[in-house]
Design a protein around this ligand. Sequence first.
Ligand code: ADP
Ligand code: ADP
Length: 220
Amino acid sequence: GPVIEVRELTKRYGDTVAVDGLSFTVRPGRVTGFLGPNGAGKTTTMRMVLGLDRPAAGRALVDGRPYREHARPLCRAGALLDGRGLHPGRSAYAHLLWLARSNGIARSRVGEVLALTGLSGVARRRAGGFSLGMTQRLGIAAALLGDPPVLLFDEPVNGLDPDGVRWIRTLMKDLAAEGRTVLVSSHMMAETALTADHLVVIARGRLLADAPVPEFIRAN
Ligand code: ADP
Ligand code: ADP
């Protein structure tokens, strides 16, 4: 599977250095946890990986190229459908069908991702009435639609009940076991160590640690 490479990445917002010369690699076939306190620069880094933000310096590459240079989306941001792309009056089914059509994806995938995310029973309800957990699931369903080899999850367990948290954990592990590249951000070390195989830890936009989880647990 493709590799995500972050090389000497830097991003500033006015006087704030959000990401400061950050370098790390995310490999396929395992879940990589992207840890750091709130404001550490995780979302900014993920946005640059997805080509949504321009770095001041350095590069973010997916499979050796900037994300935007890939003809077909190689990755999708799961759990990032935070109301931005959501049409409250449309059903979950309508959202996914729209995305499938506009991305040339077979409509049979819609039923598949609804089943995968446990949304089959509420597929015809308007998404505006969804709980946070259901909205997260819909975002993940949208992410999975094109069967992407790379998945980025930005704080996916935020606001979820224990069942939802267990579900997302299992899903991320399954996606990695299929050989995909999975990067999940969090500010919760203990929680992330339960899911991830490898941890990249940042603070103030800088790398603090980059190691397999067992190594981490021994060192702390
Ligand atoms: P994290 O995801 O780790 O919580 P962020 O990447 O969201 O961190 O933010 C990193 C830093 O950049 C913070 O200081 C944050 O306030 C700042 N920041 C992020 N986005 C913006 C923006 N659009 N405008 C100004 N400052 C921003
Ligand atoms: P890309 O294909 O580049 O990843 P997006 O999927 O983020 O782009 O969104 C492209 C357009 O589709 C945006 O205008 C966004 O508002 C809209 N959109 C995103 N998600 C949905 C959705 N689930 N249903 C309907 N429209 C959506």
